[in-house]
Design a protein around this ligand. Sequence first.
Ligand SMILES: [Zn+2]
Ligand SMILES: [Zn+2]
Length: 600
Amino acid sequence: MGLALDKAAIIQLLERIAFLLEYQGANPFKVRAFANAARALQNRPESLEELVSPGKLEEIEGIGKSIAGVIREAANTGTCKEYEELRQQAPEGFDELIKIPNLGPKKLRALVENLGIRTIADLENACREGRVAKLPGFGLKSEEKLLAGIEQIKRFAGQWLYAEALDYALRIRDTLERLPAAIAVAPAGSLRRCKEIVRDLDFVVASETPEEVIQAFVTHNAVVRILSQGTTKASVLLQNGMQADLRVVDQESFAAALQYFTGSKEHNTKLRGRARKMGYRLNEYGLFETSSSSSEDEPADPLAGRRLSLASEEELYGALGLQYIDPELREDMGEIEAAEEGKLPALVRLEDYRGVLHCHSTWSDGRTSIAELAEAAMVEWKWEYLAICDHSQVATYANGVKIEDLRRQHAEIDAINRKLQPRGFQVLKGCECDILADGSLDYPDEVLKAMELVVVSVHSRFQMSEEEMTERLIRAIRHPYADILGHVSGRLLLARDAYAVDYQRIFEVAAEWGTIIEINGDPNRLDLDWRLCKRAKEMGIKFAVNPDAHSREGLANVKYGINVARKGWLEPADVVNCLPLEEFKSLIHKLRKRKLEKLK
Ligand SMILES: [Zn+2]
Ligand SMILES: [Zn+2]
């Protein structure tokens, strides 16, 4: 039996209970108990299914008996009495209001009591009228900050990170797949195309009995509201506010419907144009022969004409004289032209991936030890090597490793390697070295030289002019021991914009000096942007797909990074993580040698 919430949702629920208790002025011990329980859950590697098994939660330090009950109730029903009661007494716009940065429970209380704030719109008005600044404990500065926070929320409303959307999509897909009435089930839309930001979910299901499928969809435990429900389609609102649409079709239409609802719009427009020129009409029901080639308009009956029998999307593209186009590529970036010539790339796959680079351990701000990360990389993921790249000394906010501690870290890695090398696995000594404001690196050359892999990244001073930032990155790229340029744009999706930088120049210099460009798989980053990968590849750049993991679970970020690489037209030969260990090492060696020679 599936659970109604996932682990992240349970953690969020506990945090919200803590917030609401504090908002109500409840006993601080009770507030802390819920906050601690949320943190305790976050630090457990087990799945939620394991955690809610009898007696398990009670063994965890920081989770008492009554909170264990709350967690089980929420896991099974999707919510809990404690939260629902507290929520009743909070302002109606609470779910939005708590997303505003720097707005804690006590401040929210003051705003509600003194200014009658109910929603984010109320708060925005009050700020604009200067009423918030006059409240005791607020002031002009905090008014400005609240306004900026509201702006940000409004800007990103209706958008979700790919990883969050995927979680919901898989839960719904699994339910639909279990239905005997469902012949085929597929998530479509931008999620299937692996877009970094998703606005809604689309599902296409083939079935002879659509009512049964629709009923299962609208009653799914992730659904909070039905927006519309018909005989072949339905729309619902999910727990996180995202909309999901379902379309049920007959089996003959499935391939065409899946193609149609996968998009993108631009790709489909081109494909329909191509079909028309070949004497066909392509729509969500299928590919039809047209009687007269002159009529470009859709006939009144979308099923008019002889329908070609197409068992799959492969057959659909084939009927149009094209190679099969992977969903990730359907963005009208030249894929139809390439498919026509049979020149589509053989996209990199997770199975091609051999070595994981750029992971943080407990030596800096990671939550998992080096030994545990290595074990997971080797046993769970079947990878051959893993580079530990903890933060460098200037990164005090992330507990950066001091030079005098590196010796001990390296000794620890040597000891782990003595155990793992006989099993065909190796941990590499690396670092994520900060690029300082002037483009120099945060460790001296002799320290970097001793590293088997150096990722260089910007973590501070984002507000520079484009010229300054470009020069800063170029200086770093040319550094003889800067092997990989990490998260190039610095963006945090739905939170922080990329800094201004001249990508053309960056790619030119990286290509000239051989510096590898990172595709950071952290779902909040997905940086380098896929739109830039194809151009960089054409300029001769190699890429490293890195999880930037800060925990054992974070290793799974590789999957998101591979999505970006695929979307960016990359093949295994473009991705250095696909190299066997010895070849990877010799690549880094050659790269450094080449740079040192250029610098002479
Ligand atoms: Zn970083
Ligand atoms: Zn990192």
